[in-house]
Design a protein. Structure first.
Length: 333
C-alpha cells in the first residue's frame, strides 16, 4: 500500500509498504481523507512536535475518514463509511477516572510521543481497534467527516466553559481549530466574535457563523465584554488579550497549544475579575457529538479549503502553513 512517511525535518516520501492485517478486536479501514493538523506541520518542518522527535519514519495524520475494508468479526460490513477516535487511552489515575484523555501511557495516531512511534492515517489502509471506529450517519458525507476530530477538540473546549446559549463568546485565532470553535459555539446558540490578524481566516469565520470579526492587527478588542473566551491562537500574547476581554466572573478556555517555555502574561485581570482560566487538551468522547453536528450542519464543510494527493505532500504542508490562503487542508487518498 502507499504511505506518506515523514523521515526527518522537511523530508517526506511516499513509500510502498505492506498492507497491515487486523488482529483480534481490530478493523482495517480504507482511508479516504486525512486532515493536516498543526502537529503534522511541526513534524514535517521541525522533525519534532515539542519534545517528541521523529526517530523513525512517521506516517502522520490523526484526522481521518474512510470506509471499512475488513472486519474479521463481521460486525461492520465492507464499505461502511466511518471516522475514528484517534486515541488509545492509557492507565487510569485517581482523581481523573472520568478523563481518559489525560491518563498517562496512552497514544494518539500519527504521533512520535511513543516508541515505536504510533503510525497515523496517511496511508491507503489503517488498522485500529474496533472501539475506535465511529460509523457515519447516512446524511454525513465521508469528505465532511474528516472534520470530526478537530471539531471534537472544539466541542471539548466549549464543554469546559459550560452552556453558552445566548452568551457573547470570543474566539481568538481563526485557524482550523478556531473555525471549529466558531462552528461549535454558533451551534450551541452563542453570539460569536472571531479574531485574527489576517483577512482570509476572518472571512472563513464569518462563513461559519461568526456575527462579528475583528482584525486585531488594526482594531482593539472590547474589554470586559465576553462571557466566554476560547483562546485558539496558541500565541502567548493572546492570553493577556483574552483575560482583558472576558467579563468579570467569566471563563477563558485555552485551546491553542503554547510553547513549553516561560512567556510573560498579564495576570492582573485574571485576579481582579475572578476569571476561570481552564486548559483543554484533545477530547474524551466528544467525537460522537462532532459526528452528529457535522451530519446536521453541512455548512461546516466550508472549513475545508484544499485537497492534495500524498505525492504532493510538500505543497500540501506549505499551503496548510499559510493561514491566509487555507483553512483545513486534507490529503485525498
Amino acid at each position: 500500500m502507499t504511505s506518506l512517511l515523514i523521515e526527518s525535518a522537511r523530508t517526506a516520501a511516499v513509500r510502498e509498504i505492506a498492507v497491515p492485517e487486523p488482529g483480534e478486536g481490530q478493523v482495517r479501514l480504507r482511508v479516504a481523507y486525512v486532515g493536516i493538523c498543526g502537529s503534522d506541520l511541526h513534524y514535517f518542518y521541525d522533525g519534532a512536535n515539542g519534545a517528541f522527535v521523529v526517530r523513525e519514519p512517521l506516517v502522520p495524520g490523526h484526522e481521518m475518514s474512510g470506509t471499512v475494508d475488513l472486519d474479521p468479526s463481521g460486525a461492520l460490513a465492507a464499505g461502511t463509511p466511518v471516522t475514528v477516535h484517534p486515541a488509545r487511552f492509557g492507565t487510569p489515575r485517581e482523581g481523573i477516572e472520568d478523563a481518559p484523555h489525560l491518563w498517562p501511557g496512552g497514544s494518539y495516531l500519527g504521533s512520535a510521543s511513543t516508541w515505536p512511534h504510533t503510525q497515523g492515517a496517511a496511508s491507503e489502509f489503517l488498522v485500529v481497534e474496533a472501539d475506535m471506529v465511529r460509523v457515519l450517519p447516512a446524511d454525513l458525507p465521508v469528505r465532511r467527516a474528516v472534520l470530526a476530530e478537530p471539531l471534537a477538540v472544539a466541542l471539548h473546549a466549549l464543554g469546559k466553559a459550560g452552556p453558552v446559549e445566548g452568551l457573547d463568546v470570543l474566539v481568538t485565532g481563526s485557524g482550523p481549530i478556531g473555525l471549529m470553535a466558531v462552528a461549535a459555539a454558533v451551534a450551541a446558540g452563542a453570539r460569536v466574535t472571531a479574531t485574527d490578524v489576517l483577512a482570509g481566516p476572518l472571512e472563513r469565520a464569518a462563513a461559519l457563523g461568526a456575527s462579528t470579526t475583528i482584525d486585531v492587527s488594526a482594531d482593539a478588542i472590547e474589554e470586559n465584554a465576553y462571557a466566554v473566551v476560547l483562546e485558539c491562537s496558541g500565541v502567548p500574547v493572546s492570553i493577556s488579550t483574552a483575560l482583558r476581554a472576558v467579563r468579570a466572573g467569566g471563563t477563558v478556555v485555552q485551546v491553542g497549544m503554547l510553547p513549553d517555555e516561560p512567556r510573560p502574561v498579564n495576570l492582573a485581570p485574571f485576579i481582579a475579575k475572578e476569571v476561570r482560566y481552564l486548559g483543554a487538551f484533545r477530547f474524551r468522547d466528544e467525537i460522537d457529538e462532532a459526528v452528529e453536528l457535522l451530519a446536521r450542519t453541512p455548512a461546516i464543510e466550508a472549513a475545508l479549503t484544499h485537497e492534495f494527493a500524498v505525492s504532493d505532500a510538500a505543497e500540501a504542508f506549505a499551503v496548510a502553513r499559510d493561514s491566509q490562503q487555507s483553512g483545513k487542508v486534507v490529503f485525498a487518498l
